[in-house]
Write a protein of this length. Structure first.
Length: 435
């Protein structure tokens, strides 16, 4: 990383097989991989380098909501958005001269490799349409690697990641797992987890359920994890697509959906909650997980899930505001439980069955009153987030996939207004690797 060591002395001993330098102790002048401070030191130096760049009297601004995202904009309308993951940088710009000047600025501190237009980043494949109105992302190459790693490249066709009748009981875990089983299972879940948080929202529920048993797996969960990989193999080309409106302009409208399955964990009786958010007909954030408390009704479980979704929506709204795209209207959230909506909008007394709900979940009503979000009812059959809370049948699962990927947006309308999303299509995007 070539980051200078400042303010402290760090010594390193060469290994015994280092030839003439064997066992020699030296003082480091640069950070090296393996030091606890190497990551943060590099990020600090990269921040200083980015913020010191100047073009036409303007400089980058570091977002307060995310320290790894920077925005540059000058009076002539030239704009550049930059994000980095350690030493991998991705940037979008409306001015190619600005991009080249910035790359030259980076070269004063590091050797960099310009990878051209974005097509791959952190194992995820990206593609831009010829008319520049769409971007899509898939994990096909990563999926091929994990299929090969676990030798699951057979001919069996799997159309859903988890069997609709899949349940786990205490009896399934009576057998003591071997160390080999534990190691294999943790590798399986680790590989699946990256897919679930990057692109493949369709396996998020399965990964959430299976990842609870890393300490003590059983044969049933191992087979279920391998089934998920087989499903990924059969759907390796599934991609999220973000598209502009028909006239080619971007629409920065954020929408979301939330759901919960009441007490569906047979072992803990906790509910499973999930939410998913969209910009320009494509999912941008999602979560599927066991709720932190045992709820006493479906209304309460939905309300707890809704509070988690409002937290995510508030974060996304702040992020969009700092990126120069503030949400002028309350963010629409779809919910399929009418009692939960009444409770959230303070149209139902809390002196009844819901009087025990912790106040930390009640900030939803304040968010609605402040115009941050608005909650609207949708039937369960059209609730996007249903895919994140329970194992579905093949027909329902495929229906939800098509809805989430945008092909059936018109089925859910609010007073005749079709829900739109966002995509910034006027930017050329590039990937840079710092050597």
């Amino acid at each position: 990383m070539s980051t200078d060591l400042k303010g402290r002395a760090v010594y390193c001993q060469f290994p015994s097989d280092a030839g003439e330098d064997a066992n020699k102790i030296v003082r480091l002048v640069k950070e090296v991989y393996g030091l606890k401070s190497s990551g943060i030191s590099f990020i600090k130096q990269l921040r200083e380098t980015i913020l010191s760049f100047e073009y036409r009297g303007r400089r980058f601004q570091n977002l307060k909501i995310d320290q790894c995202i920077y925005v540059f904009e000058d009076e002539d309308g030239s704009k550049m958005i930059l994000a980095h993951y350690v030493d991998d940088i991705i940037c979008g710009t409306t001015n190619r001269e600005l991009r080249e000047r910035f790359f030259q600025h980076l070269r004063q501190s590091w050797e960099i490799e310009d990878m051209g237009q974005l097509d791959r980043f952190l194992g995820i494949n990206f593609r831009r349409s010829d008319d520049k109105k769409e971007w899509s992302a898939s994990a096909s190459t990563y999926i091929d690697r994990i299929v090969k790693r676990f030798d699951l490249n057979d001919t069996v066709v799997v159309k859903v990641p988890m069997d609709p009748g899949f349940t786990l009981t205490a009896e399934d875990f009576e057998e003591v797992p071997s160390e080999e089983m534990k190691s294999e299972y943790r590798s399986l879940i680790g590989s699946l987890g990256y897919c679930a948080i990057t692109v493949r929202f369709d396996i998020a529920y399965a990964v959430s359920v299976l990842s609870r048993h890393l300490a003590k797996p059983c044969k049933k969960v191992v087979l279920a994890a391998k089934r998920v990989i087989k499903y990924l193999r059969c759907t390796r080309d599934l991609a999220i697509t973000w598209s502009a409106q028909s006239n080619g302009t971007a629409n920065w409208k954020l929408t979301g959906s939330v759901d919960a399955s009441f007490a569906n964990c047979q072992m803990t009786r906790r509910s499973h909650g999930g939410w998913i958010n969209f910009l320009n007909r494509g999912p941008v954030s999602w979560k599927s997980g066991l709720q932190p408390i045992v709820t006493l009704s479906s209304c309460e479980s939905e309300y707890v899930a809704l509070s988690m979704e409002v937290c995510e929506v508030k974060y996304l709204r702040m992020l969009l505001r700092e990126l120069g795209c503030p949400q002028e209207e309350p963010t629409l959230i779809w919910e399929d439980n009418k009692a939960c909506i009444l409770l959230a909008e303070n149209e139902s007394s809390s002196a009844g069955r819901c009087k025990h709900i912790d106040t930390k979940f009640r900030f939803v009503a304040e968010a609605i009153a402040d115009g941050v979000v608005k909650i609207r009812y949708t039937p369960s059959a059209y609730n996007y987030s249903d895919i994140l809370t329970k194992p579905l049948t093949e027909v329902m699962f495929q229906r939800m996939i098509e809805m989430c990927l945008g092909s059936k947006d018109s089925q859910i309308v609010e007073r005749g207004h079709q829900v739109e999303g966002f995509l910034c299509t006027g930017y050329d995007s590039y990937m840079v690797y710092i050597c």
